[in-house]
Design a protein around this ligand. Sequence first.
Ligand SMILES: [Zn+2]
Length: 182
Amino acid sequence: MSGDLQHPDRDPNRRQLLAQQQEPFGAVLSCIDSRVPPELLFDTGLGDLYVMRTGGVTIGPVVTGSVEYGPVTSGTPLVVVLGHQRCGAVKAAYGSIRDGKPLPGNLQAIVTALHPAYEQAARKGGTDPVETMARAQVALTAAGLRSNDDLAPLVKKGALAVVGAYYSLDTGKVEVLDGAPS
Ligand SMILES: [Zn+2]
């Protein structure tokens, strides 16, 4: 938030150390938005994070499999679902669903995946429905991962936390929404 970045783990030594194997401490599912690259937001380097990025942190089988890779194959203990302020994907999906106007081509698949978050936001109301929908999308995605057949057993035995979080473009703050280990 203060801009005091360390830029760790980015030199040739680190590259050499990781050349044969990796052991990232976390997996982050973020948005495609150019302003929310997880490695930069969390000031990490090579070998620190698995990163998946989709429009509006939407998921499907390929993305879910990618999120599961670290926790299931090598015990990665943390998954973060990172939504963000002023998400263009969520905003576009909100307008599309509200107005009954599908988006062109494959973009409609993102709209479809965001439908449950739209419905939750519509039920909640509030002054900023797009913000409410973006937060709902994080919560729904994190809850879905936390309770799926592959990850739920790891969460239950305390080997994995699936955390929902929300990034403010204005301040740089990452707010934890749910799922933090107690
Ligand atoms: Zn976004």
